[in-house]
Ligand binder design. Structure first.
Ligand code: SIN
Length: 183
């Protein structure tokens, strides 16, 4: 769903990738939350954070997946920071992500409406599915201005464990990358 948040209103932001452990924006509350009907996948190219223009890394996006649930963290952004936060996130997520609005289930049972940055299939940095071994190898060798792609995967896997969230796609890639030596 496209996003109609006014830039001067408080809002919730849902993080399911690096935003979970590195939101990099001022917030007044944070709660574990779930987005129904989506799965997290390392299908988005990263040319600006965890890879380079000629050697992209792979980062997560969300794909529509009926019956599935994606666990993450929701952050409450105060009204006075809203405009600045949206500008910052639009820049940070500029490699193919667009702002959307989705309903979340917070761990408390509360229903929240949140902004979610999603990279849709077919965007200019889209890499799409590939065998797990190939995705893991690309992650194992890629690095960019924000650090190694391996670190992104490891921090995401740790954040999901901290949330008690199961994500077989992420944990399978983590296990393969752990076995993959790079020189
Ligand atoms: C997110 O974390 O919610 C978006 C994907 C990312 O920046 O890793």
């Amino acid at each position: 769903m496209a996003c109609a948040t006014a830039a001067n209103e408080s809002f919730w932001l849902f993080g399911y990738g690096s935003l979970i452990w590195n939101p990099s924006v001022p917030h007044i509350d944070r709660v574990p939350a779930r987005l129904h009907g989506f799965s997290r996948r390392f299908w988005q190219g990263s040319h600006d954070h965890r890879g380079l223009p000629h050697a992209p890394g792979r980062v997560v996006t969300l794909i529509k997946d009926a019956g599935k649930v994606c666990a993450g963290m929701a952050f409450r952004i105060p009204a006075e920071a809203a405009a600045e936060v949206l500008d910052h996130l639009d820049h940070r997520e500029k490699n193919g992500y667009s702002r959307q609005s989705h309903g979340l289930h917070a761990a408390s049972g509360l229903r929240l409406n949140a902004i979610v940055y999603i990279a849709e299939p077919g965007n200019f940095a889209w890499l799409g599915p590939a065998p797990a071994i190939e995705v893991a190898q690309q992650i194992a060798i890629s690095t960019g201005p924000s650090g190694s792609n391996r670190e992104y995967l490891e921090r995401l896997a740790k954040a999901l464990r901290d949330l008690d969230a199961d994500d077989p796609h992420v944990f399978e890639l983590e296990a393969i990358v752990k076995r993959t030596a790079i020189s």
